[in-house]
Design a protein around this ligand. Structure first.
Ligand SMILES: Cc1cc2nc3c(=O)[nH]c(=O)nc-3n(C[C@H](O)[C@H](O)[C@H](O)COP(=O)(O)O)c2cc1C
Length: 326
């Protein structure tokens, strides 16, 4: 399948693995890239630019295919040294960056001067247009269904994607709720040039997370996610568990007056790590999309991507074309 996204990034299939904190390590990114899709290392999971340089080198040892690095600009207590992280990306020979969170404008010049292609992930048409206007090469449009931070507008992809198609001239991929061939074909029909998956790639053999987490995704249905930190305007879609129930109880009690200090114990990185690394599923909040309801197995990335592409072709050639003939 050839789309503006496969052409832009020099990849075989129009599928991207979105940056995921503590999940997007070299093992996953290289496996996705080896499958012919675009794997992405999560930059800020590495504690320093030097550590990111090593992770990039490690990924390069595992794949000779293109891969990218995610740089997330979110409110944080201590601002990461972004220019140094970008230097590590450039020196490591990576030429694709997925930016996300706040407006990446301050860093676009540095990346473009090195020939980096930027795909900015955002949750609204206005932010997508802004990304296009500051020189981003592509956009990842993240609908309300998505795992992680869906923003505050709550527009699902059935509306957001065709709206993005109406307004954007740069290529874009559909993100949020994407799991299989049906997602890909639907995304293409709605105007996207490919799809970005987060949660689905966690339930793969190569994802560097505890088996309990992968099994939790297989066991969950589409009703199991919750939105937390809404009163802080830092909404996150997470898998429901004991820690999340606690956060929701605190938010219900304190309402608009909720502060980060009220919920910190349940959303802090160390608790998230206990879930992802140690498999202690109730230890803290962890990002997860509604798409968990569509995850029924734990294939390798290669099996997942080739299944999606094979079934997408059958969907288009048989089901859709068959309806026209009928
Ligand atoms: C566990 C997890 C961690 C994530 N961490 C990040 C992150 O650090 N930066 C980022 O830009 N997006 C992050 N995301 C969002 C994903 O890149 C992607 O946009 C999202 O998962 C798409 O929705 P889906 O889960 O329905 O596929 C994360 C998602 C998950 C599930």
């Amino acid at each position: 399948m050839k789309t503006r996204i496969t052409e832009l990034f020099g990849i075989e299939h129009p599928i991207i693995q979105g940056g995921m904190h503590h999940v997007g390590l070299a093992e996953l990114a290289s496996a996705v890239s080896n499958a012919g899709a675009l794997g992405i290392i999560t930059g800020l999971t590495q504690p320093t630019p030097e550590a990111l340089a090593k992770e990039i080198a490690r990924c390069r040892e595992m794949t000779d295919k293109p891969f990218g690095v995610n740089l997330t600009f979110l409110p944080s207590f201590k601002m990461p040294p972004y220019p140094e992280y970008i230097d590590a990306i450039i020196q490591g020979g990576v030429r694709i960056v997925e930016t996300a969170g706040r407006n990446p404008e301050a860093h676009v010049k540095q990346m473009k001067a090195a020939g980096i292609k930027i795909i900015h992930k955002c949750t609204s048409v206005r932010h997508a247009l802004k990304a296009q206007s500051i020189g981003c090469d592509a956009v990842s449009v993240d609908g309300f269904e998505c795992g992680g931070h869906p923003g505050e507008d709550d527009i699902p992809n059935m509306i957001l994607l065709p709206r993005a198609a109406e307004e954007l001239s740069v290529p874009f991929v559909a993100s949020g709720g994407m799991a299989d061939a049906r997602s890909l074909v639907a995304a293409l029909a709605l105007g996207a040039d490919g799809m970005n998956m987060g949660t689905r790639f966690i339930a793969t053999k190569e994802a560097p997370v505890h088996q309990n987490v992968k099994q939790a995704l297989v066991d969950a249905d589409e009703l199991q996610t919750r939105l937390i930190m809404r009163p802080l305007r830092n909404t996150e879609r997470v898998m429901r568990n004991a820690a999340v129930d606690k956060v929701l109880a605190i938010e219900a009690e304190k309402g608009a007056g909720t502060t980060i200090d009220d919920v910190r114990a349940y959303v802090v990185g160390t608790q998230n790590q206990k879930v992802l690394k140690e498999g202690d599923l109730d230890a803290g909040a962890w990002s997860c999309g509604m798409v968990a309801g569509l995850i029924h197995d734990i294939p390798s990335c290669g099996e997942l991507v080739s299944r999606i592409m094979g079934e997408a072709e059958a969907l288009i050639r048989q089901r859709l074309e068959g309806m026209l003939r009928g």
